[in-house]
Design a protein around this ligand. Structure first.
Ligand SMILES: Cc1cc2nc3c(=O)[nH]c(=O)nc-3n(C[C@H](O)[C@H](O)[C@H](O)COP(=O)(O)OP(=O)(O)OC[C@H]3O[C@@H](n4cnc5c(N)ncnc54)[C@H](O)[C@@H]3O)c2cc1C
Length: 475
């Protein structure tokens, strides 16, 4: 009967547990679960084959969970409006709900879709599901609500005091039995990917979180700073496709923090991990309140600053062949696995923006082709932050010295040797002395196996960049 069915359109929220969007739809009727492969999704998946394979596994896992509940995914291909209206006609649904996006392009597309569906007489509801705490809740704690926060520190002050909602009401969520016509589940091959790689889906994501909490969360402070430790959560791809909710991650860590037997070091680690999750919410709210920052600098004063579009060493950076071992190790880790350690990301991105002076958007696009994660708002927020044009109130950009960083976070070379094959057999005593903090080009740095010489003199490049920066902001 028309009216007692409501479509839920899965986007980056591929799970059934603790689901704000599903809960909102369930209040309107029995749910018809829908997945639309439109041109935007197709292009994001085609761009990164690893992402496509991960997504397809997550979708298959979601469909299997739905089948256990007596339902199944109804898959449509083509423009979302057309596909949704077709399903609504087929099943007699009164409307559709889906979860909000936080990047400008998808937010615009969502707004257009909402109008199109409403004009067709369907209710169209967009729900915050991705952040642990929705943007409006943190913004409401500010005097000039509506603009959100541009700096992380005051945001975090508010965020950490707010409760996290639970949407864990499985019995309230009824799925409609439907024989609506459906296309096949998306397959990696249609996006140019092969069906290989690590698993995706809610069950895998839950295990990743549980294992992290059990084995390494209490030493996160070390893991976040030492890339060879392999102890960060590795949750980013799962969170980006919503195979697990950020709410359940935050709630589990907050519960863990209540253990009176934790040492102060363990407590510090758990707090740092909460801070990382808060940073995710922070960049999502930044995208939500400042959707134009996808293409232009958040900081008005930096909008006319000219980063270059190219550099003779740009391809070397892309390939992980800059002659700076930490930068190269990070890029090669990304190329081989679809993920890079968080601290090394900051150093490698800083190298592109400051040592080479290349536009942050070029770096974001390059990594977008390699990452499994599918989080444009987080990519933009982080790239702008590193480039000194986004959510950072510091007076000058923070330029990392890649060699000093290597000595600090990879003192025994374990990380570098793992990813930079040419340095595999190099003895520590040998390569400690190869590169100092200062003029890299003056160093005779070449290994028998052809590891490249540094492509720039870091000190000189950083000085040049700061000179241009100062001249620009004081003009
Ligand atoms: C230049 C640059 C680009 C980045 N691009 C992306 C991106 O495209 N997609 C993406 O998800 N993350 C991005 N990050 C953020 C961060 O590096 C990754 O989320 C992190 O490496 C994921 O590893 P993990 O899950 O083990 O993180 P953990 O250290 O275990 O952190 C737990 C979770 O907190 C969140 N988080 C941690 N740090 C950040 C951060 N700085 N910003 C936002 N969320 C954070 C992530 O969801 C992460 O999964 C980028 C960081 C930099 C410096």
């Amino acid at each position: 009967m028309a009216g007692d069915r409501f479509i839920y359109r899965f986007v980056r929220d591929l799970r059934l547990d603790d689901h704000a969007g599903l809960n909102a739809a369930a209040a309107r009727g029995a749910i018809v679960p829908v997945l639309i492969v439109d041109r935007a999704l197709e292009s994001r998946l085609t761009r990164s084959p690893r992402r496509a394979a991960f997504f397809c596994r997550a979708v298959a896992a979601l469909d299997a969970e739905l089948r256990e509940r007596g339902s199944r995914l109804v898959v449509g291909r083509g423009p979302a409006g057309r596909a949704i209206k077709q399903v609504a006609r087929d099943v007699g649904a009164a409307g559709v709900a889906w979860s909000a996006a936080y990047d400008g392009a998808t937010m615009d597309a969502d707004e257009r879709l909402q109008s199109e569906l409403e004009e067709a007489g369907l209710a169209a509801t967009i729900v915050h599901d991705a952040p642990a705490i929705p943007p409006e809740e943190t913004a409401a704690a500010r005097s000039s609500a509506g603009q959100g926060y541009r700096a992380f520190a005051p945001y975090f002050e508010v965020w950490r005091e707010l409760p996290v909602a639970s949407h864990e009401h499985p019995l309230l969520v009824r799925f409609a039995r439907t024989d609506a016509s459906t296309e096949g589940l998306p397959q990696p091959e249609e996006f140019g990917a092969r069906a290989s790689g690590a698993g995706g889906g809610p069950e895998v994501a839950r295990r990743v979180l549980e294992r992290f909490l059990r084995e390494s969360a209490t030493r996160y402070a070390v893991a976040a700073a030492v890339p060879s430790d392999d102890g960060t959560s590795l949750l980013s791809a799962h969170l980006s496709f919503g195979a697990i909710s950020a709410r359940s991650a935050v709630t589990s860590v907050r519960e863990r923090l209540e253990d009176p037997l934790l040492s102060s070091k363990e407590r510090l680690s758990l707090r740092l991990f909460l801070r990382a999750l808060a940073r995710r919410d922070f960049f999502l709210q930044l995208g939500w309140f400042h959707p134009r920052s996808e293409s232009e600098s958040l900081q008005e004063k930096m909008r006319g600053f000219s980063f270059t579009r190219t550099h003779v060493a740009l391809d070397a950076w892309r390939a992980g062949a800059t002659g700076f071992p930490l930068v190269d190790a990070g890029i090669r880790q990304l190329r081989e696995t679809g993920w890079m350690h968080p601290h090394v990301r900051a150093v490698a991105a800083s190298f592109l923006c400051f040592d080479l002076g290349v536009d942050w958007r070029i770096g974001r696009e390059e990594w977008d082709r390699l990452l499994v994660e599918d989080d444009p708002a987080l990519a933009t927020g982080n790239w702008q932050w590193i480039a000194g044009v986004g959510a950072d109130m510091a007076q000058y950009p923070r330029i990392y010295n890649p060699e000093r960083q290597r000595r600090r976070c990879d003192p025994d070379g374990a990380y570098v040797r793992r990813w930079v094959r040419e340095l595999e057999g190099v003895s520590m005593a040998g390569w400690r002395g190869w590169a100092g903090d200062s003029p890299q080009l003056a160093l005779d740095f070449s290994s028998p196996d052809g590891y490249p010489r540094p492509v720039v003199d870091h000190e000189a490049a950083a000085r040049d960049f700061l000179k241009r920066y100062r001249a620009f902001v004081s003009a």
